[in-house]
Write a protein that binds this ligand. Structure first.
Ligand code: SF4
Length: 334
């Protein structure tokens, strides 16, 4: 895992469960960490493993997170932050756009950008303005888009059967449903999804961590794609007939990844390590196991779906956002 321990990620995860370890200090003491407080590699990993293993019991340790996850925004090269509210399935409204425009004017935000995940990014926000910016966005019904998180990012969609002549299913509705079910979940690394309404694939679902291609007979579910440092098309997971089945398969798949993935390991790397066959055997071939993972995901979500922006707009971690003191040159003595 790192030089603080001779144990690997899988051993640490197994022992956290076997020895009923529920805090970072307990893990370090019981597993004989060689350093007193761990390091920047093991602390975020342990924090994730404890969250994933003990939903509702382990209290997230913000100090064991990287800066972006600690302040719920992405730090930029000039020290300001970018703010991305969630837009479910890439859908927005005049009210949301008006609220975003008002926030941009009020806080003199210098840049506004449409992202590749079908959302709006406000760039150049001062750290001390973040809670007030979030309060205004919350008031318009928007929550954090978790654009900084090792967790669910976006579910990109095309317009599907509602609008498109080629649409076979309601791809937008399915994307919104998946995003509303899965937002707030922590995962070993970021998770990006997409749903396309037909094989023309306008939502680019075949390069995502999880992608759905809607077809006349139902839904082709794909996973383990990449379009970043590595480029890789998705693998076929399975075909299902109904939206309900698609949702169950996707949530179960993500839960399996949450339980087996090593911290910072994207889905395509996890799938390569454990093997496609083992994933399909659990999620596709064995309905009982699939149901088991699905239920574990749903249980975990009952503790995960808390908007971090709302918490901080209401004063949580206020010290993180306090303005730095300004040191002027003292006036010369008369
Ligand atoms: S993927 Fe198919 S249904 Fe969706 S917008 Fe493109 S052509 Fe239309």
């Amino acid at each position: 895992m790192c030089t603080c321990t001779d144990l690997g990620h899988d051993d640490v995860r197994r022992l956290i469960k076997a020895k009923d370890l529920k805090t970072i200090p307990a893990v370090m003491q019981e597993l004989e960490w060689k350093t007193s407080c761990g390091c920047a590699k093991c602390r975020p990993a342990l924090n994730y493993y404890l969250i994933a293993t003990w939903p509702g019991e382990y209290e997230d340790d913000g100090q064991s997170r990287f800066i972006n996850e600690r302040v719920h925004a992405n730090i930029q090269k000039d020290g300001t932050y970018s703010v991305v509210p969630r837009m479910w399935g890439g859908m927005t409204s005049s009210d949301e756009l008006r609220a975003i425009a008002d926030v941009v004017d009020k806080f003199r935000i210098p840049a506004v950008k449409v992202t590749g995940g079908q959302r709006i990014d406000m760039l150049g926000v001062k750290k001390e303005d973040l809670p007030a910016v979030w309060a205004d966005l919350n008031a318009a019904g928007m929550v954090s888009g978790a654009a900084y998180a090792k967790g669910l990012r976006t579910v990109k969609t095309c317009v599907g059967s509602d609008w498109c002549r080629f649409g076979t299913q309601d791809s937008t509705g399915l994307g919104v449903r998946i995003e509303k079910l899965m937002w707030g979940s922590w995962t070993p690394a970021k998770v990006k999804m997409a749903v396309s309404g037909c094989p023309r694939n306008c939502a680019e679902a075949t390069c995502k961590d999880v992608g759905v291609i809607c077809v006349d007979s139902g839904y082709d579910i794909k996973f383990a794609g990449a379009a970043g440092l590595d480029i890789k098309g998705t693998e076929d997971l399975c075909h299902v007939d109904t939206e309900d089945e698609a949702v169950e398969v996707i949530a179960a798949l993500v839960q399996l990844y949450r339980e087996q993935g090593r911290y910072l390991e994207r889905i395509y790397k996890w799938a390569k390590r454990v093997g496609m066959d083992s994933i399909k055997a659990t999620i596709v071939d064995d309905p009982d196991k699939r149901q088991h993972y699905y239920e574990r995901f749903i249980y975990s979500q009952t503790f995960a779906q808390v908007d971090p922006w709302e918490e901080r707009a209401n004063g949580k971690d206020a010290h993180e956002f306090a303005a730095m003191a300004e040191f002027g040159v003292p006036a010369a003595a008369e």
